[in-house]
Structure formats: structure tokens, C-alpha cells
Write a protein that binds this ligand. Structure first.
Ligand SMILES: [Zn+2]
Ligand SMILES: [Zn+2]
Ligand SMILES: [Zn+2]
Length: 278
């Protein structure tokens, strides 16, 4: 179902921040850019309304900014989209935090790696550059070579660049899947990386964690359980779309963090006293 936004109303609400709408729109998906899985326009607009992201206006679309400047400009907005403290979290640590949450999201619902965010940000940056030049006779010459902005050509067709590199630390990637092949006794010894770490084999493994896998730690998931898991993940996505409440929770957690630090300080003082007076 199509949804329409009354931009004049939002622009009035946003005041000078309305200039950040261009960057927000390109980063959250438009005709020429993709969107981040599970993070739709509503979430993006709510994030913009509840924070301030000057980089979306004063860095994105500017001709002479460096890739580092661009990443510094988009990071606060992207991290806020994923309920992380804006601008203080790297994409990798945001991925780790969300992956290790009690109810971890689907792999594709994790934030992009920095390398892939850069490619996405470059495409959004190019789009904002073109929008900013809408009142000029011609777009800036720099925008003509789209291979400088996260695109490559395959058989003459522009394709978004996907950054190479590991999706996670090698230690983690290694232990979540094994490559066991031995027929009849797959995963039965510690040469199976799952078995060795006392982890269950999964569908990522060569054995698929199914019949024929002799890893004693393998948990067989019944179809019914698998269906239930999928339902739970779907619900989670639904929660993510609502979003704003999550941000409030995060803020609350942050306040708790401050208490933790204070407590820690008190403990440190106790130690100091003990040492001093003993
Ligand atoms: Zn194995
Ligand atoms: Zn395995
Ligand atoms: Zn196995």
C-alpha cells in the first residue's frame, strides 16, 4: 500500500533540520539507492525527528568530501537507526552487539559492515549531489563517473559494488560452520570445528546439522520448532519497524550505564581505602 508524506508539514516541524531530509531519504532507499533490511521510511523519518544529524546536510552531496568524512557524516544516523548510541559505535561493534543479543536478529537484519556501508553511503552521496544541483544548469562534472560512487559495470550494466571481506571476526565465522565430509561419521571427532567447541552443527555446516551428522552436541530442530523460530523472528521485525520505543529503551539503558560507572567508582574508592588504611 502506497503511503504519502506531507513534506511541507514535516519540513516545518524539522525547521533547519529539514535540509537533512535529502541525506535521510537517499540513505533509507530511493529510486537509485537500496534500503537497509527492516529499516523503512517510517523508521528513518522518526530517527531524524528524534535526533540531529548535520552530516546528512552539510557533508553528503558535497563534491570534495573524503570517504572518511562521508562515513563520519552517515555513521550517527545509521547507528541511531539500529538503536545504538549515535556516532559512538562502529558498524562492527553494532553488529556484534545485536548479534549477541538474547534474541538475535536474522543475519540480514544486522547493520552492514563498515566496508559495505561505505559503498551504500557513496551511492546515496551521489544521489544527494545530483539533488543539490537541481537548480543548476548541469550536474557537477564529478558526478559523471558513477564508478567513483559505489557502482561498477558488468556487461555495460551498472551494478552496486559489494565490498569483499569477512562478515565477522574469523574466529566466529570459523566456529559457526564446519566443513566435515567423511561419509558415515561426519562430525564425530574433534576435527569437526563445531564438535571441538561443543557447539551444535547448523544449516551453515557442510553436514547441515541433519541426519548423517554425528556431532554429539548437534541439536536436531524439528520442523515445528523451526516454524516457531521463524514466527518469532517475524515478530521481531515488526517490533523493529515501530522503533521509537526501542530508542527510548536504549536511552534508559544508557542512563543505567552511568549508574554502573558510578558504582564502579565507589568500588574503586573502597579498594583505595582498604589499601590506604591497612
Ligand atoms: Zn562437522
Ligand atoms: Zn558443524
Ligand atoms: Zn555436523
Amino acid at each position: 500500500m502506497a503511503q504519502f508524506w506531507i513534506l511541507t508539514q514535516h519540513a516545518t516541524e524539522l525547521g533547519p533540520k529539514s535540509l537533512q531530509l535529502l541525506g535521510m531519504h537517499a540513505l533509507s532507499g530511493c529510486d537509485t539507492t537500496s534500503y537497509l533490511y527492516g529499516k523503512g521510511k517510517t523508521r528513518a523519518l522518526n530517527t531524524l525527528l528524534s535526533g540531529n544529524f548535520p552530516g546528512l546536510a552539510n557533508a553528503m552531496g558535497e563534491i570534495d568530501i573524503t570517504p572518511d568524512d562521508l562515513m563520519n557524516a552517515v555513521n550517527p544516523f545509521i547507528t541511531a537507526l539500529y538503536n545504538q548510541v549515535p556516532g559512538t559505535t562502529s558498524m562492527e561493534s553494532a553488529r556484534f552487539k545485536l548479534f549477541t543479543k538474547k534474541k538475535s536478529p536474522k543475519i540480514m537484519a544486522l547493520p552492514p559492515t563498515s566496508a559495505n556501508l561505505l559503498q551504500h553511503a557513496l551511492r546515496a552521496h551521489l544521489q544527494v549531489m545530483l539533488w543539490k544541483a537541481a537548480d543548476q544548469q548541469a550536474p557537477p562534472t564529478e558526478s559523471a563517473n558513477i564508478t567513483h560512487f559505489g557502482w561498477e559495470f558488468q556487461d555495460g550494466v551498472p551494478i552496486p559494488v559489494v565490498a569483499a571481506g569477512d562478515p565477522g571476526p574469523p574466529e566466529l565465522v570459523d566456529v559457526i560452520k564446519c566443513q566435515c565430509r567423511a561419509e558415515g561419521k561426519k562430525c564425530s571427532t574433534v576435527s569437526c570445528s563445531c564438535h571441538k567447541e561443543h557447539l551444535t552443527c547448523t544449516s551453515y555446516c557442510n553436514c547441515c546439522g541433519e541426519e548423517g551428522c554425528y556431532n554429539p552436541y548437534s541439536k536436531r530442530v524439528t520442523t515445528q520448532e523451526a516454524d516457531q523460530e521463524i514466527e518469532e523472528v517475524d515478530e521481531q521485525d515488526y517490533e523493529d519497524v515501530e522503533g521509537v520505543e526501542d530508542i527510548e529503551e536504549q536511552d534508559y539503558e544508557d542512563v543505567e550505564g552511568v549508574e554502573d560507572i558510578e558504582e564502579q567508582d565507589e568500588e574503586d574508592e573502597d579498594d583505595f581505602e582498604t589499601e590506604y588504611f591497612s
